[in-house]
Design a protein around this ligand. Structure first.
Ligand code: ATP
Ligand code: MG
Length: 341
């Protein structure tokens, strides 16, 4: 069997299992360039070999402290960044090495991104109508002018904005409304997957709830799949079906939301959760607050063995020497920690 055929068979398997997106051993290293000649003297290992998948219609939360590689992972998956290594399998196809022209045809429609600050990504000189027509025109989505008009009205209605707003400019909207426009733009081409990177982090709590409800309504209506990146664990807990925990570019734990929040296994996850002031349910153990010692190490020079060992309250000898790989503690609950060897 050729490698090609094998890959295709694996892909078919992914599709039949309902998996929409799978990443295998994904790495993104940024070169560090120094001196006049801009010589590469090292690499920032922003994402360092992560694997997970997300099923169609699910929301996968991605959490971790600032700088752990959440945004880089999202941007690499959508191919805004070239992956350094690994595979991105979307709808059964490996898109990790697709050249730009084929990406445009196949991926740019199907995967969309929503950002933290829609204002920064909305051109201030373009009306909402222009902003929403742009992706449609780039992809020659319709033939008739009237179809473009109708779609703009439809998109605005879908995100709870009055179609008459289409002649306004981004600065005329509130933060929450701008995020609705960002969502409308992401929806324009009927995507399968939306990567939301801190999509509600900049909003007031009451507005956050509205936007999250909107995302959930749209998900049910259009069978959307979300990668929901956030440092806010309460938001992730609300919206996700499954959650991936990253630390220094590595996957520490990956589980169904209930399992992760009720029984976090990794000492890093335990520390993260212990720091969240959430109202706990009755069946949950009260966790003591675990304060992590020391600073986040540099991703340019990560610790040997388990990257978390320098801050781990449970670190053992082996943790300094050997990289722990994610193992299933129970079906669907993966943890990368020597405590569970
Ligand atoms: N374009 C880039 N060039 C060089 N280094 C980068 C680049 N983007 C990110 N990094 C570095 O990669 C690491 C991961 O950054 P990333 O933005 O992915 O983290 P994050 O988890 O999204 O953090 P935050 O919660 O603050 O958004 C950081 O050390 C960051 O400085
Ligand atoms: Mg980020």
């Amino acid at each position: 069997m050729t490698a090609e055929v094998r890959r295709d068979q694996q892909s078919i398997q992914s599709v039949t299992d309902g998996v929409l997106l799978e990443v295998r051993n994904l790495k993104k290293y940024f070169p560090i360039k120094t001196g006049l000649l801009q010589k590469t003297t090292g690499y920032i290992r922003a994402v360092d070999g992560i694997s997970f998948y997300v099923k169609k219609g699910e929301t996968l939360g991605i959490v971790g402290e600032s700088g752990c590689g959440k945004s880089t992972a999202g941007r690499t998956i959508i191919r805004l960044y070239e992956p350094t290594e690994g595979q991105i399998i979307f709808k059964g196809k490996d898109i990790s090495r697709l050249p730009e022209n084929r990406l445009r045809q196949q991926i740019r429609r199907d995967i969309q991104m929503i950002f933290q600050d829609p204002y920064a990504s909305l051109n201030p000189r373009k009306t909402v109508e222009k902003v929403l027509k742009e992706p449609l025109k780039t992809h020659r989505y319709f033939k008739m002018k009237s179809e473009y008009q109708d779609r703009v009205d439809e998109l605005l209605t879908l995100v709870g904005l009055d179609p008459s707003y289409k002649n306004r400019y981004p600065h005329e909207f509130s933060g929450g409304q701008r995020q609705r426009i960002g969502i409308a733009r992401a929806l324009a081409l009927n995507p399968d997957l939306i990567i939301a990177d801190e999509a509600v982090s900049a909003l007031d709590v009451s507005i956050q709830a509205q936007i999250i409800n909107l995302l959930q309504d749209l998900q049910a209506r259009f069978q959307l799949t979300y990668l929901f990146i956030s440092h806010d664990l309460s938001v992730v807990r609300h919206i996700s079906d499954r959650v991936v925990v990253l630390y220094l570019g590595r996957l520490m734990e990956w589980a169904a939301k209930e399992d992760l929040f009720n029984q976090p296994l990794h000492p890093y996850t335990q520390a993260l959760l212990s720091a969240v002031p959430v109202i706990r349910r009755k069946d949950e153990q009260i966790r003591e607050r675990i304060v992590l010692q020391g600073d986040l190490p540099s991703p340019a020079d990560p610790p040997t063995g388990c990257v978390f060992h320098t801050r781990c309250p449970m670190a053992m000898d082996i943790c300094r020497k050997q990289v722990p790989h994610p193992k299933a503690y129970r079906p669907g609950h993966f943890v990368a920690c020597h405590l569970y060897d």
